[in-house]
Design a protein around this ligand. Structure first.
Ligand code: TYM
Length: 330
C-alpha cells in the first residue's frame, strides 16, 4: 500500500453502467484499491443536474454500487459511499464557488455539449465541475482515475485548488487524472463519438445478456477502408475493447492479421463478443445477488458514508478556519 497518495473517483447513478465506464474507470479502481487509500463515490448530488425521478434515485445508486462491488471493489478495503450521506460536499462546493470564474465554467466541453443538446440553462449543470472539485479535495486526493472526458474538469479542479492555496495557505494537493488505455471507449453505432449512457444503441451495459452483447458487437460499425495502415475509428475501438477483454496473445494475433491485411472483422467480432460475455457473466450474477439483499447493501454504503464523513468533517473544519469563519458549528 502506497500510503503517501490518495485516490478518489466518482460515478453518476444515471442510466446504466456501460463498457466505457468499466474500461475507462471502474476496472482501474479495482486495480488501484490494493495500492492506495481509495475512496469511491456514487455521486447522486451530480445526478440531479439531469432530469431524474426522485423515487428511483436511491435504487439507481444501489445498482451502481452493486455493479462496482460485483466488478471487484472491496468495501472492506475502499471507502464506498453515496455522496448525499456526506453533506460536507455541498458546503465545500459553496466555498469553492466563490473562487471560480463563470468564464471557466462556460468553457467546459461537457457543459457546452449538453447545452447544444438542449439542456443547459440550469445553474447546477454549469457549476457541476465545482461540486466535482469539492468531491475530490474533501478527501485530499492526489490521483483521480477517470476516462478522458473528465480531464478538462480535473484541469479546472487544479486551477481552483491553486487559487485556494494562494489565498488561504497551502492546504490541498493538486489532483491529477489517471487514465487507462481504454480511457475513451467509442460508441458502437457511431465510433466518432464516445460511448455514452445518454445515447441508446451506443453502449453495452454491464448487465446485458450474452445474446445481446454478441449482437451489438456483431453490428458495431467498422470502416470499409483497406487494412494495413492506421485503423479507422470503428476498428480502433474494437481493438481498444479487445485489449481490455481478451488475452494479450489473442489481441496481438488480430493486430498481426490487420497489419497483413487479412483480418476478417467477423472473426474479431466473434472473439471479442465471447471475451466480453466471459468477463461480464460473473459480474451480472454477483450484482443480482447483491441487489437481492438491499438492506445489506445499504448497510455497506452507510458504513462507507460514516468513514467518508469523518474525513470530510476534518477537512471542512480546517477550511472554515482558513477562510475565516470563526463561529463554532454546534
Ligand atoms: P460518469 O458517471 O459520466 O462516468 C463515470 C466514469 O466513466 C468514465 N467514462 C468513460 N471512460 C471511457 N470511455 C467512455 N466512453 C466513458 N464514458 C464514461 C468517465 O470518465 C468517468 O471516469 N463527473 C463524473 C463523475 C464525478 C467524478 C467526481 C469523477 C463526480 N465527481 C470526482 C471523478 C472525481 C461523471 O459524470 O462521470
Amino acid at each position: 500500500m502506497n500510503s503517501n497518495k490518495r485516490v478518489f473517483s466518482g460515478i453518476q447513478p444515471t442510466g446504466e453502467v456501460h463498457l466505457g465506464n468499466y474500461v475507462g474507470a471502474i476496472r482501474n479502481w479495482v486495480d488501484l484499491q490494493s495500492q492506495y487509500e481509495s475512496t469511491f463515490c456514487i455521486v447522486d448530488y451530480h445526478a440531479i443536474t439531469n432530469e431524474y425521478q426522485p423515487k428511483k434515485l436511491l435504487q439507481r445508486s444501489l445498482e451502481v454500487a452493486a455493479t462496482g462491488i460485483a466488478a471487484g471493489l472491496d468495501p472492506e478495503r475502499v471507502t464506498l459511499f453515496i455522496q448525499s450521506s456526506v453533506p460536507e460536499h455541498t458546503e465545500l462546493t459553496w466555498f469553492l464557488t466563490s473562487l471560480t470564474s463563470v468564464g471557466a465554467l462556460e468553457r467546459m466541453t461537457q457543459y457546452k455539449d449538453k447545452c447544444a443538446r438542449g439542456q443547459g440553462a440550469l445553474a447546477g449543470l454549469m457549476s457541476y465541475p465545482i461540486l466535482q472539485t469539492a468531491d475530490i479535495i474533501l478527501y485530499k486526493a492526489n490521483l483521480v482515475p477517470v476516462g478522458e472526458d473528465q480531464v478538462q474538469h480535473l484541469e479546472l479542479a487544479r486551477e481552483i485548488v491553486r487559487r485556494f492555496n494562494n489565498l488561504f495557505g497551502d492546504y490541498f494537493p493538486e489532483p491529477e487524472p489517471l487514465l487507462t488505455s481504454g480511457a475513451r471507449v467509442m460508441s458502437l453505432s457511431d465510433p466518432t463519438s464516445k460511448m455514452s449512457k445518454s445515447v441508446e444503441g451506443s453502449y453495452i451495459s454491464l448487465t446485458e445478456e450474452p445474446e445481446s452483447i454478441r449482437r451489438k458487437i456483431k453490428r458495431a460499425v467498422t470502416d470499409p477502408g483497406p487494412q494495413g495502415g492506421e485503423p479507422g475509428p470503428g476498428v480502433a475501438n474494437l481493438f481498444t475493447l479487445l485489449e481490455a477483454f481478451a488475452p494479450e496473445d489473442v489481441t496481438q494475433s488480430f493486430r498481426q492479421d490487420y497489419a497483413n491485411q487479412k483480418l476478417r472483422y467477423s472473426d474479431l467480432k466473434a472473439t471479442l463478443g465471447e471475451c466480453i460475455v466471459t468477463t461480464l457473466d460473473p459480474i451480472r450474477t454477483r450484482r443480482a445477488e447483491l441487489l437481492s439483499k438491499p438492506e445489506e447493501l445499504k448497510e455497506i454504503l452507510a458504513a462507507g458514508g460514516d468513514r467518508a464523513r469523518e474525513q470530510a468533517r476534518d477537512t471542512i473544519r480546517d477550511v472554515r478556519e482558513l477562510m475565516g469563519f470563526q463561529m463554532p458549528v454546534r
